[in-house]
Design a protein around this ligand. Sequence first.
Ligand code: OGA
Ligand code: MN
Length: 202
Amino acid sequence: MDINEHIADCLAEKGYAVINNYFADSFCQELREEQESLFEDGAFRSAGIGRGQDFKLAPEIRGDKVLWLQEANLTELQRKYWEQISVLREYLNEALFISVNGFEAHYAVYPPASFYKSHLDQHAKTRHRIISCILYLNPDWQPKDEGMLRIYNPDGSFALDVAPVIGTFVCFRSADIPHEVLPTKTDRYSITGWMRNDTFML
Ligand code: OGA
Ligand code: MN
């Protein structure tokens, strides 16, 4: 079965999909190197919660540091990532009858002891985020490093824990799937994006 078809089926049946080799190993390794050098250059900022006027830092809720990708100014690697996601986005558009016409993404680093408490990715006021996509970039991750992504079913019951190992790619329905990042013991790298419906108006 085509991998995009598999992702669409999982999203339709369970609300989430976890895939191991969606992006080539060497490509993930290059993304990791780019992220690490941008992080060491001090390009990342503490993430917060809320949008626009409601934005605030909230270390008791989330402790990651992020760098937003600029669609008009992507590096060559970031463009490759963006383009592969666009192929999936267009596939899901038709397969799931959703309207996802945009994408936004950031690199994220969770420093030791940081976490992100259980939440939904779709904001209550601006319901633009439809499908969340996370690609993990930790080549040396081991169970003792923790920092698992904990995914819940739409009814709130536990579904599964995902290790943030390089190459693991997770997608889920932003409005339906509660999830959290359990406290990590070491720097935890990822690229997180959201397929958006920018024509959606409340
Ligand atoms: C997020 C998020 C999960 C992860 O950024 O909204 O839930 O595993 N990230 O990094
Ligand atoms: Mn989230």
